[in-house]
Ligand binder design. Structure first.
Ligand code: 0RQ
Length: 504
């Protein structure tokens, strides 16, 4: 392990996770590494959870505020949430225990766009970050730090925190050195910002390492634990259908002359449908593809291996255990085609808009006029968070949302009269796809969109009731732009809460 910590000064700071956790105080704001199950600290958070529990056992109040890149893993989100000691958390999360603590009111949660967080931390909107806890692959002789399998918010937390704790993880491949592109000039206060110099997903504009102030490093912890990535489910028929509609749509856009034959850089969300789209691209006609996205998942690695995808830019891996091992075995080869950037660069509106990125993200529900809810269940409950979906959707060349047309065994329609929360407004949403079909909303007014969304995307069990609502709303509404009956527009959700089904 000495080989991974090549700087004498840092070697002298090696200590146990428990000793490092002892440095944390009640009320500390901690910036953690971690993005979709990769590159998060593995041992410190569990030691911190014990430290919190011990304080609670003594009858002391002990909470910390938790900042990350995005979702993490049970060893971080789960372990800390379980103590009830997370006072505040941001941004995206998906851990079941963390979610339950947000929804039962134990933890405050602020759901913000992933590209905005670094700015907002730097401007001090969240107060002072006291401690940064990151994972690294290596510490080099000159004290610079080689990132691991995610970059996320690390650059900002390392800059902003008073104290730094580094877990050096031997499980991460040394071949990752050279894959990262850490660009920092972006964190300048406006109005003195410069254009982001990225015109192609393959552009490298920063350094392969974090430069940090060694005086701030209070602990170095040695670990060898794997990232906790979960396997993907086998592709189901609905996901394949949805992917098929999207790929046909790409084909017709190439024919119409709006897309080049190798498409524009692709962004694909997380989950099974996104993986089905990537699998479809593997078999499809498009060559020389590029990707400017947030996470690299298995399907993207297959596309790189096949030569169909020439480069992938992201902020993190989101791989199954099998693919994470494959990445570790061949990291230095993949580093020629993969670039991992800070999330304020991977998700930067300027780059997304300039390159004409094609975005495709999952949704919880859409309404008949094209507003999309990605985050809330039945009005009050948080599912995961907006993640990068808003960064990409608002600025994309094409923005698509995908979902099965029903949820919870058919008891919920994903197409509703009015969404119970809006993340992506009708102004930003261009295409909606379910297993029933595709609604291309470009160029349409709200009432024209409603017909298309209901006809093409709603499940047959719900289509007649949606058509009834739309007709009824036009009769009773106070205007004909987006006609609604405000006494009924959310009645589908209240019916579900009362009866366990939206079915008429
Ligand atoms: O709940 O797990 O309790 O069964 O939501 O739904 O169908 O498994 O779909 O995993 O693709 O998640 C929008 C949440 C979809 C995700 C969302 C329930 C459903 C299930 C999950 P259970 P599925 P997915 C970044 C991209 C926001 C962030 C984003 C997401 C659970 O895509 O978090 O886009 N998006 N990041 O039962 C009530 C409904 C429901 C519902 C589904 N209408 N009402 N519950 N569920 N629909 C950009 C990148 O570059 C990566």
């Amino acid at each position: 392990m000495a080989g991974r910590i090549r700087n004498e000064g840092y070697r002298s700071k090696v200590m146990s996770a428990a000793d490092a956790a002892g440095l944390i105080q009640h009320g500390d704001k901690i910036g953690f590494a971690g993005f979709t199950g990769s590159g998060y600290p593995k041992e410190f958070p569990q030691a911190l959870a014990n430290h919190i529990k011990e304080a609670q056992g003594r009858g002391e109040q002990f909470t910390v505020d938790m900042f990350t890149g995005a979702s993490t893993a049970p060893e971080l989100d789960g372990a800390l949430a379980e103590t009830g000691g997370v006072g505040f958390r941001t941004p995206y999360q998906s851990d079941p225990i963390m979610r339950s603590k947000i929804n039962d009111g134990t933890s405050f949660y602020s759901d913000i766009h992933l590209s905005h967080l670094a700015n907002q931390i730097t401007y001090g909107y969240f107060g002072k970050i006291n401690v940064a806890v990151i994972e690294a692959t290596m510490i080099l002789e000159d004290g610079s730090v080689v990132p691991s399998s995610s970059v996320g918010m690390n650059r900002t937390y390392l800059e902003q925190a008073d104290k730094i704790i580094i877990e050096v993880n031997e499980w991460q491949s040394e071949g990752l050195y050279g894959m990262h592109d850490i660009y920092g000039d972006i964190a300048v206060l406006p109005p003195n910002r410069k254009p982001l110099p990225i015109t192609s997903p393959s552009d490298r504009i920063g350094k392969p390492v974090y430069d940090i102030d060694p005086n701030k490093v209070v602990a170095v912890i040695e670990t060898s634990d794997p990232d906790r990535n979960s396997p993907f489910k086998p592709l189901d028929e609905d996901s394949k259908k949805i992917a098929g509609y999207l790929l046909d749509f790409f084909g017709s856009e190439v024919k119409a002359g709006r897309l080049p034959e190798n498409l524009n850089p692709l962004q694909s969300g997380v989950g099974n449908i996104a993986n089905a789209v990537l699998a479809g691209l593997l078999e499809g006609p498009f060559e020389n593809l590029t990707s400017y996205t947030e996470v690299i998942q298995d399907g993207m690695v297959d596309l790189l291996d096949s030569g169909k995808l020439t480069v992938a830019s992201a902020t993190a891996f989101s791989l199954s255990p099998e693919y994470a091992n494959k990445m570790n075995d061949n990291a230095s080869e993949y580093a020629k085609k993969i670039i991992l950037r800070p999330q304020d660069v991977s998700n930067h509106p300027e780059a997304i808009r300039r390159m004409g990125v094609i975005s495709c993200n999952g949704m919880i529900e859409a309404d008949i006029y094209g507003n999309v809810n990605s985050t809330h269940v039945m009005g009050s409950k948080m599912q995961n968070g907006i993640g990068g979906s808003g960064d990409f959707t608002r600025n994309a060349f094409f923005s698509a949302f995908v979902s099965p047309s029903t949820a919870k065994g058919g008891a919920i329609s994903a197409i509703v009269p009015m969404v119970n929360h809006v993340d992506h407004t009708e102004h930003d949403v261009q295409v909606i796809i379910t297993e029933q079909g595709i609604a291309d909303l470009r160029g349409l007014a709200p009432r024209q969109r409603a017909k298309k969304i209901i006809e093409n995307c709603a499940h047959p069990d719900y289509k007649p009731a949606l058509l009834d609502y739309f007709e009824h709303a036009q009769k009773v509404a106070n205007g004909q732009h987006t006609p609604h009956d405000l006494t009924k527009s959310l009645s589908w959700h209240s019916k579900f809460l009362a009866e366990g089904t939206m079915k008429p």
